[in-house]
Design a protein around this ligand. Structure first.
Ligand SMILES: [Zn+2]
Ligand SMILES: [Zn+2]
Length: 338
């Protein structure tokens, strides 16, 4: 099969790989759509723990092609999305639903081969059916949408609260979509430049702020007097996290939803202490695939504007370059297999 494989950090090629065979409890997926995530760039560049050689890709949808156990054969032929979490299902963490804390946790697209290929192997216990009316490319975005759902859940976000999102990439935009669907108010999206904000505006942001031209610390108090109820950092960048802590209202909540790339960062403790902020880490998709799929399928959340570019595996370099350069209006490049 065709696959895009990272041999070692910085070395990524289109290769002819063997079609994988699912072990018991796993299914082979004929990938129909796989989105390139900014996190994949970290894997490609070697800034995130991964097992090389590796086929990356954790945002996918497809059709179950075969299964490793006879009792799972009802899945064959079904259009699906699924969890990337490979876990034991029996430890205390798994039994409490916290798969990410499983001592044997391995994530597809990082520790195990992922979706930049014609076929991939995923656990049957994480599968979820995709309704026919949802395009495969939109279904693949259940993954970043799930990150946003988990973040809002951890934040305890509520109807009528004000929300500021820093970052207008796919995670930031998913936060916007979820915040709007939840009835959050006066949602502001902040990004470095205006060209990154056009989709946020189209997706219904109340205010967009480009830090290249505008000062969010001056503008946010004008629309959220006293500060925002909830501030989400979706960048993992030090200066953005420092800003997030200053934009929240006293007693407000700051969610850290961006990958910090292993960096040490400095923050002003008093911004948290004096203002009694709740600062909460919100990494990863927390078993939200099924809920995300349901919200897309029922039209509660519309992700179609996020699919900016459709490519083939042969065009992987072009896709990766787009994710790196993020031209105006670009959010996601998605591998599409007919
Ligand atoms: Zn992702
Ligand atoms: Zn476990």
């Amino acid at each position: 099969m065709k696959a895009v494989r990272i041999e070692s950090p910085g070395q990524i090629h289109l290769v002819d790989a063997p079609v994988p065979v699912p072990p018991p409890g796993f299914a082979r997926i004929k990938v129909k759509a796989a989105a390139i995530c900014a996190t994949d760039l970290e894997v490609i560049d070697g800034r995130i723990p991964a097992n090389y050689p590796l086929i990356p890709g954790h945002e996918w949808s497809g059709i179950v092609d075969c299964v490793g156990s006879k009792e799972d054969s009802a899945w064959i032929g079904k259009a699906v999305i699924g969890s990337n979490d490979v876990v034991c299902l029996t430890c205390d963490a798994c039994r409490s639903g916290n798969w990410r804390y499983c001592s044997q946790f391995e994530e597809i697209g990082f520790k195990r081969d992922g979706a930049y290929a014609e076929y991939m192997i995923v656990p049957v216990y994480g599968l979820c059916e995709k309704p026919d009316h949802v395009p495969f490319e939109e279904a693949a975005l259940n993954e970043p949408l799930g990150v946003a759902l988990g973040t809002m859940e951890k934040a305890g976000a509520r109807f009528g609260e004000t929300l500021t999102i820093i970052g207008a990439g796919s995670i930031g935009l998913c936060m916007l979509a979820v915040g709007k669907a939840m009835g959050m108010r006066r949602i502001a999206v902040i990004a470095s430049s205006r060209k990154r904000l056009s989709i946020a505006k189209q997706m219904g942001a109340h205010t967009v702020i480009a830090t290249s031209e505008q000062n969010p610390e001056q503008l946010i108090p004008e629309i959220h007097p006293g500060g925002s109820d909830l501030v989400i950092d979706a960048t993992g960048i030090e200066a953005c996290i420092q800003t997030a802590l200053r934009l929240a209202r006293k007693g407000g909540t700051v969610m850290l939803a961006g990958y910090g790339r292993g960096k040490q960062m400095s923050i002003r403790m008093d911004d948290i202490h004096i203002n009694n902020l709740r600062v909460i880490g919100a990494g990863n998709n927390w078993n939200q695939h099924k809920k995300a799929m349901g919200l897309i399928a029922d039209g509660v959340i519309d992700v179609h504007l996020m699919v900016s570019q459709r490519i083939t595996l042969d065009e992987f370099e072009k896709g990766i370059e787009l994710v790196r350069s993020r031209p105006e209006g670009f959010v996601k490049a998605v591998f599409i297999h007919e």
